[in-house]
Design a binder for this molecule. Structure first.
Ligand code: ZN
Length: 167
């Protein structure tokens, strides 16, 4: 499929990267959710209901992260709106840096085991924000990787509660 694209184009856009095979065992199954910072859930929700064609199915405060969250389904993936609950919230700081507007804050990949994925990321020299999995919204076990190590994209890895041995 890619070769066809190259043949039709005037020049090759990308070349396959040389070197050893990718040995990751993180194996994300899908993008679990996109985290989007908003100044107000109530103000933002009608647009996301319009965009996704779905009603918000859950609003939850995550005291730990100083946010209120609202979730929308888009197929298997979700949109997680994040509203800061106090000025010290990292989401409040993100909005402040972004000129008072919200925006895409993080991308969350679903993995089999956050603990294993963290070990692997650390071994690969990726800077971790969370050294251990912790509980996020929707009872997911989550951990964040530092954007310094992830091409500027704040990256969350998460694990469904049903697949956790601790449940
Ligand atoms: Zn998230």
């Amino acid at each position: 499929m890619f070769n066809q694209v190259f043949e039709q184009g005037e020049k090759e856009l990308v070349s396959p990267s040389p070197g050893p095979q990718i040995t990751t065992t993180m194996k994300p199954t899908h993008i679990e959710h996109l985290g989007i910072a908003v100044t107000s859930l109530e103000e933002a929700m009608p647009f996301f209901e319009f965009l996704t064609g779905n009603k918000c199915y859950s609003i939850e405060e995550v005291a730990d992260q100083k946010v209120r969250t609202a979730f929308f389904k888009v197929g298997q993936t979700k949109i997680e709106l994040l509203e800061p609950t106090c000025p010290e919230s990292t989401i409040a700081k993100f909005i402040e840096k972004n000129g008072g507007r919200g925006g895409v804050h993080h991308v969350a990949f679903n993995v089999e085991s956050v603990e294993e994925a963290l070990k692997e990321a650390e071994a690969a020299g990726i800077q971790l924000i969370d050294l251990k999995p912790r509980k996020g919204a929707e009872n997911l076990m989550i951990a964040f990787l530092h954007p310094k190590s992830t091409k500027g994209v704040l990256t969350e890895i998460c694990e469904q509660p049903s697949s956790s041995s601790e449940q």
